[in-house]
Design a protein around this ligand. Sequence first.
Ligand code: BMA
Length: 378
Amino acid sequence: MKLLTPLLLLLLAFAPARDDSSYKDDLPVDRQATKETLNLYRNLKKLMKKGIMFGHQDDLAYGVGWKYEAGRSDVKDVTGDYPAVYGFELGHLEIDAQINLDSVPFNKMKEFIREVYERGGVVTLSWHLNNPLTGKSAWDAVPGTVASILPTGDKNDKYQVWLNNLAEFVSDLKGSKGELIPIIFRPYHELNGSWFWWGKNHCTPEQFTQLWKWTVLYLRDTKHVHNLLYAYNTDRFANKDEYLERYPGDEFVDILGLDIYQRGNGADANAQFVSDINRMLSDVESLSTEKNKIPALTEFGYNSIPDNSWWTNVLWKGIQSHKISYVLGWRNAGFKKNGQVDYYVPYKDAGSAADFVKFYSEPRTLFQKDVSKEKLYK
Ligand code: BMA
């Protein structure tokens, strides 16, 4: 026994990590990513051959007409299955709040994330972090904010404290064996729009890329966070040049994404959406092939889905020919005070629920049961 262990270690050290010859050239941003994170990265790439994972923001936290009911999910109410990808939101973690900006308690979020990981789902985290310069929200889009948190700016110390909170949160996400849970981290999304303080009109491309790189290096090398894959994510864009205008470089990005919401109703608006989504996904897909990254539709939606066949007739038409990792539907915020219902994925009484079941039944749409089999972390 005594002799066997060192021998075994020696053998393991020289054994190829996997039978995949592209392994050496196919590493994520974080060369020290944990084993499970590396496995996820590589399995996400492989899984694209089988289909597109369906995701939903805040899926386990609440839906239309309910909140925090153990095991519940609007996607599951409609299809009998959970989504494959689950988005959660970190906004207000930076200011030490107990609940996020959409009222989800951070301790509950951690439980959801552990639950997702245990059943083999994928977690992605967005961050509508407050404006560090003004102290107001992420939508307080004033010029100079990005400059103020760069290493040369006078809010850099404050930004470091905020990143420390983030590092602490993701380092506390652990599986049953104490292993860190891999996370697709999606900061500074919709970066080519100007509605957030990190948006296009409020900083130069150089400032943005500096912010991105510095953030990655701080988390990875200073805080030793090794369970993140980094997603770069624009809003709608006109062409590849616009998409890449603020791209920080291949060594700082794992996933190439875009967000897109349908505008307007009716046949023309539907056709426009299909054509827009096709064009933009083609660009993101070809860039991903070129750069060896993972393409995804990091957010999409059509609020309250006023077209009962939208899932198969519009969304599926836009995405079906593409090789992308996942699509993430936005949150089902539910009933508002004015009686309107905000939702982006059907709940059981929604008009498009039956069509969503058809979408679910498409062999190339992947939900929880499909991905559990894939063992994405192994
Ligand atoms: C937006 C809306 C807001 C929410 C924010 C962060 O798109 O859904 O209601 O606060 O995302 O999740």
